[in-house]
Design a binder for this molecule. Structure first.
Ligand SMILES: [Zn+2]
Length: 375
């Protein structure tokens, strides 16, 4: 196991943070081997993945010592040291940077247009050559990119570690939720066994969900270059990106983390990246659905949220999933699902302000457009 520390821009005098990464595998520089990149807690208050990463660190070290790693693996258990230090009167604030208000998982650099200009004269009819060329160009572009702030330097540091990976797994969690995941339609066939090992209840697919989150940014240059040159030069998808949502923020335990880590190890064995006999993946819990089909149920009025259905329940269009109570007016306002599907996530807060997002349902009909993720 190799340990690397990449210093971030110091936000203020007397402070200094770094991204710590762990490298495993036969030879960190052997590009013939596939590369897997796994990070956790990019939203710093989403801790289930951090525990999974800790278990994976020890498992990968054992597997490396046993000579069983067929892939190079880079693991970042704390992807957001800047956010881990944000607290507001005793509550951790890990999703948005408090200085800028920006979401830590948005605005990652998208390098497609820059690379297209640069690579156009060098692409050939050899797909493997093009892959090497694009990965080298991604590394070079990020190596020379200047960061003015700690937040920008954190984004670049993470992209540097992930930009040439074949598989990128970003570990997050939701407010209150069952396990679910985000990936692209093109990557879904490769990710499907992971969904099965994990017991993922909703598989949400989108080519572009908007805002340049980490997983999409890792794939965006490839998508752009394929769009620009696919008629002339063979360019493979390059990377399989997936964001795993490991239930809710309070679902942090030895037991769930051990199960989730085992699911990832089983998947890597199934994919041939770890030598060994993977168990047969269990059946997929629910078919994949378009991210654009997710219904975001908002409270039209303020009040106390009284849920009628639990996360993981399959609900039907027309069903009341919760009520919003105004005890002064003796009024219960029903929140009625417009779509049928798995109620995969809901807010942890039980008091709604008017317009607040309360719950999300994985509907099967794509109805939304624009930015598809929770703002
Ligand atoms: Zn997150």
């Amino acid at each position: 196991m190799q340990v690397h520390h990449q210093p971030l821009v110091s936000a203020s005098l007397g402070t200094g943070r770094a991204i710590t990464s762990y490298g495993f595998g036969p030879d960190a520089g052997d590009e013939a081997r596939p590369k897997v990149y796994i990070q956790a807690s990019l939203h710093a208050d989403e801790l289930p993945g951090m525990v999974v990463a800790w278990i994976l660190k020890r498992r990968f070290a054992e597997l490396e010592a046993a000579g069983r790693l067929a892939a190079r693996i880079v693991l970042v258990p704390l992807a957001n040291p800047a956010g881990l230090n944000q607290h507001w009167f005793g509550t951790q604030m890990g999703r948005f940077e408090m200085r800028s208000g920006q979401d830590f998982n948005r605005r990652f650099p998208e390098l497609g247009p820059e690379l297209a200009m640069q690579l156009k004269p060098h692409l050939t009819g050899d797909a493997a050559h093009n892959v090497r060329l694009i990965r080298a160009a991604l590394r070079d572009a990020l190596a020379t990119r200047e960061a003015a702030t700690e937040l920008e330097s954190q984004r670049i540091a993470l992209m540097k570690l992930a930009c040439d990976a074949d598989l990128v797994i970003d570990l997050h969690c939701d407010w209150e939720a069952v396990a679910h995941l985000y990936t692209t339609p093109a990557a879904w066939p490769a990710i499907e066994p992971l969904a099965r090992y994990l017991g993922s209840e909703a598989q949400l697919l989108a080519d572009v969900s908007g805002g340049a989150p980490f997983d999409e940014a890792c794939a965006s240059a490839w998508r752009y270059l394929r769009g620009a040159f696919a008629d002339r030069f063979p360019i493979p998808p390059g990377v399989t990106p997936v964001t795993l949502e490991l239930r809710g923020v309070r679902d942090v335990s030895h037991e769930t983390a051990a199960r989730d880590a085992q699911a990832i190890v089983d998947y890597l064995m199934h994919a041939g990246m770890i030598a060994g006999e993977a168990p047969e993946p269990p059946p997929l819990r629910h078919a994949a659905t378009p991210l654009a089909g997710c219904e975001y149920v908002h409270a039209p009025v303020s009040g106390v949220i009284l849920h009628r259905r639990e996360v993981g329940d399959t609900v039907r269009a027309g069903e009341t999933i919760a009520d919003v109570l105004d005890p002064l007016e003796d009024r219960l306002t029903p929140l009625v699902a417009q779509s049928s599907g798995v109620l995969y996530a809901r807010h942890w807060t039980r008091f709604a302000t008017a317009g607040m997002l309360v719950a999300r349902i994985a509907g099967s009909e794509a109805t939304r457009t624009g930015d598809l993720l929770v703002p």
